[in-house]
Design a protein around this ligand. Structure first.
Ligand code: BDR
Ligand code: CA
Length: 308
């Protein structure tokens, strides 16, 4: 059983990543969900995480709110992509339970400290909480079994030509995280843009009962549309990596986050010519799309049976 702590900003693809985790409960133990301001403001990302915890039957997994904004920068949001609520046209029942007391940064530090070497931190929003955790307690780098992120790219941006959204939303935090001493497992746009909800995938989602009430309108109202016509569910790639890293080809690299460029702020400058230097990242360069969807749909189908 792999243990994961998911730091997120739901967010439509964050929701689909949480659904993938919930449908994989035979092999994945979600020990906590922390929220960060990102796609929409923190109160909304937290409310969405709470609603998703109940809708996806995640049980008593604590949901702990974290940072409302970037370390230094003005707020960047993506409501144009995820809708004003963050979940597009999806309407979930209002959550009955409240968030946990305390702050996500403390939760991350305390949870990793309590189980050194056991828990993989999966970060699929701006890296503000993770950077603050590193600053507060540098040993989180040793305590984490792994850090898996959705963010960046070595070829392109999506929020602008140079930068991917999670990196652009808090470039200083991203720079702190890449410099912290661990080997970041990086699922960037280079692979996540191929995790597309095509018409075929959508047809496989339609019969999934209650779960379809999330998956289908989420996919249809998600504006992260690719050249293939459907949206890319970026964040689900990070959970898929934890479940089965062999879905991806990964290459060691030295990754630096641009924090000062006029046109390139948030760009992940990726050097695959590592030489004698320590690679601070293992960068995903390809995804086996068919096996990705087999894994994801298998999990969604199992979850659908549970949810009715
Ligand atoms: C990333 O940005 C957000 O809009 C998505 O939730 C995902 O984490 C993709 O660039
Ligand atoms: Ca996200």
């Amino acid at each position: 059983m792999k243990k994961v702590l998911i730091d997120c900003d739901p967010g439509i693809d964050d929701a689909l990543a949480l659904a993938l985790a919930a449908g994989s409960h035979d092999s994945l133990d979600v020990v906590g969900v922390t929220t960060v301001g990102g796609n929409v403001d923190l109160p909304l990302t937290t409310a969405n995480a709470l609603a998703l915890r109940e809708f996806l039957d995640l049980g008593d997994v604590p949901v702990t709110p974290g940072s409302a904004g970037a370390l230094l920068r003005h707020t960047v949001r993506a409501a144009d992509v995820h809708g004003v609520t963050g979940l597009g046209d999806v309407v979930l029942p209002a959550p009955l339970r409240s968030p946990s007391e305390g702050h996500a940064v403390d939760f991350i530090v305390d949870t990793l400290r309590a189980a050194p070497g056991e828990i993989t931190l999966v970060a699929v929003g701006p890296l503000t909480n993770v950077a603050l955790a590193v600053r507060r307690e540098p040993r989180v780098v040793e305590w984490a079994r792994d850090l898996v992120i959705m963010g960046g790219s070595y070829t392109r941006g999506n929020h602008n030509p140079a930068a991917e959204f999670n990196m652009l939303a808090d470039p200083e935090a991203a720079a702190i995280v890449f410099d912290a001493g661990w080997t970041v497992k990086q699922l960037g746009l280079d692979v996540t843009l191929s995790a597309v909800v095509t018409m075929d995938v959508l047809d496989r989602m339609r019969p999934l009962g209650r779960l379809a009430e999330l998956l289908v309108p989420a996919s249809q109202s998600y504006k992260a549309v690719t050249a293939e016509g459907g949206p890319a569910i970026h964040d689900a790639c990070a959970v898929a990596y934890v479940l089965d890293p062999s879905l991806f080809t990964c290459v060691p690299a030295v990754v630096n986050v641009e924090t000062t460029g006029t046109y390139t702020r948030g760009m992940t400058v990726t050097d695959f010519g590592v030489g004698d230097r320590r690679a601070n990242a293992l960068v995903a360069t390809s995804l086996d799309v068919k096996r990705f969807w087999d894994l994801a749909m298998g999990a969604y189908e199992r979850l659908a049976v549970r949810l009715g």
